[in-house]
Write a protein that binds this ligand. Sequence first.
Ligand SMILES: [Zn+2]
Length: 88
Amino acid sequence: MAVGWAKDGAVQDQIDAGIQDAVQHARQHLPRGKSREFCEQCEEPIPEARQKAIPGVRLCVECQSELEKHQSRFSLYNRRGSKDSQLR
Ligand SMILES: [Zn+2]
């Protein structure tokens, strides 16, 4: 049964590498160009400096940090799905 244990370890390594790739991939494919003037989540105005600093920004600072807290617990794939369902 030692073989099964070793195999699990290898699979875990592959999963970790996959998450790294997914994070990099998601960062490269963030929406660019048009920043939102108002937060998608709470509709507070997004400061112009932030709009310029983050091309394609959609959330205010508060909502962004809140989202990132949640993202550490959910997969990027789930996030992509829920983002679509929130579009108006
Ligand atoms: Zn907000």
